[in-house]
Each structure stands twice: as structure tokens, then as C-alpha cells.
Design a protein around this ligand. Sequence first.
Ligand SMILES: Nc1ccn([C@@H]2O[C@H](COP(=O)(O)OP(=O)(O)OP(=O)(O)O)[C@@H](O)[C@H]2O)c(=O)n1
Ligand SMILES: C[C@](O)(CO)[C@H](O)COP(=O)(O)O
Length: 228
Amino acid sequence: MYLLIPAAGIGKRMGSDRNKLLLNLRSRPIIAWTLLAAEASQAIRWIGIVVQPEDWDDLKNILVKLNLKKPVELIVGGSTRQESVYNGLQALPNDAQQVLIHDGARCLATPQLLDKCADAALNYPGFIAAVPVKDTIKVVDDSGIIQSTPNRQYLWAAQTPQGFDVNLLKQCHAEGIQQGWEVTDDAALFEKCGYKVKIVEGEETNLKITTPQDLAIAEFILQTRFGN
Ligand SMILES: Nc1ccn([C@@H]2O[C@H](COP(=O)(O)OP(=O)(O)OP(=O)(O)O)[C@@H](O)[C@H]2O)c(=O)n1
Ligand SMILES: C[C@](O)(CO)[C@H](O)COP(=O)(O)O
């Protein structure tokens, strides 16, 4: 299975002055944890990391230290996640029929989740890992007045990995450019093009490192996983 890792963000919400994926989490850069999970997955056999050129030297140093056995390619990032994934898709080897896309910022996903998603990719042309929403969600208007309370039974929080048939996803990205769609995940492009996207149960601990609070929670999860 081919894996694309969008890792070309800045981390505005982290308040960091550099790509948040280069920040340390338990003495390893965040992106290194993501790469170690990909290396440990049975199914992944090629890794493409989409990253801004100014971070290439840092990434190369991390890769030297990790000494991964799987082939890794660095791909130039775009100005949005959507553009970065587009670039990643163009850089896939010609024989790639299915692809998993997994945020570099979701560094706590387990190799087992990656493998489960690789299996799902063989059965569904489009799917995402997601978890049932635990809170009661309110839809509000611009003045903060609640408009509705959707039935939680139908609410799932999207995660990555997200997996797709490569040709269909390329087609959806091209349509997205033509129509000017701006989306935060690839499933949204698939949905907008009228294709079905299946939910595969993700992991509660597969959080996206977005704010400093997430870093603290991730430290705690890694400590419970690996000890001190
Ligand atoms: N131009 C971009 C923007 C984001 N990403 C990646 O997409 C994933 C999810 O994005 P997010 O968590 O929003 O990362 P940032 O864009 O870095 O954060 P922020 O939105 O707070 O600036 C991350 O792995 C990030 O590196 C990317 O590859 N290219
Ligand atoms: C793809 C994603 O991780 C699914 O939760 C997410 O949409 C990334 O973008 P966000 O803007 O940080 O939600």
C-alpha cells in the first residue's frame, strides 16, 4: 500500500514559529512518531512525505536517524493541505492503484490502524477512519444562537488515514480545482463528486496535534503506551 503523509503545514494554531511537526514530543519530532508507525505497519510499502522545501534538510536529518527500511520520497508541499495532497497524488508511482493519506500531525495512529485501513482500501474506493462523537453537538447561527441539535447517532469525527482509489481521487481533486472547492479533507472532495465514502472505526487516541494542549495529551498517551 502507498502512503502519502501531508506534513507541509505551519502550525498556526500551535503558535509555533516553525512547522509544528518538527517540534519534539518525548524527545522525538512529531513527524518521527508518524513515520515509525508507518514503518511498523505490515501493509505500507512506500511512503511519500509532502513537505515545504525549507523543511527538507530537517526531514532528511530525521530520516537518517530513523533509518527506515521502506522507500521514502519527499514531495513539495502546497499552500493548503488540499494542494499538498494534490502534489502528493501527482508524485505517486505509476502502479499505485490505492492510496492511504495520513496527516503527519496524527502521530499517535497505531500500525494496526494503518493496516486495518490498508485492508479497507481493498474493499472500498473511498473510506475514512473516524470515531463516534461523544459530545452533544449544537449548530449555531452567526450570533451564537442554536439552530439545531443533530442526532448524535449520525455524527462521526473524521480522522486519517483516509483511503481512496487513486484515479478517482485524482479526478475529484481536478474537479475541486475547477469548481474552486476548498475542503479540509479528501473525503469531502469525494463526497462532493457524488462518490460514497465508508466509515472505518478509528482510534480515540488518534488525535491531531493542533494546539499546545494536544501536545500535553499526546505526551500522556505515549507515556501510558511506552512507560517513562
Ligand atoms: N499547506 C499544508 C497545510 C497542512 N498540511 C498538513 O495537513 C495536516 C493537517 O493540517 P493541520 O493540523 O491544520 O496543520 P497546519 O496547517 O500545520 O496547522 P494550522 O492549521 O494550525 O496552521 C498536517 O499534517 C499538516 O502538516 C500540509 O501538508 N500542507
Ligand atoms: C483531515 C483531518 O485530519 C480530518 O480530521 C482534518 O480535516 C485536517 O484539517 P483541520 O483543518 O485541522 O481539521
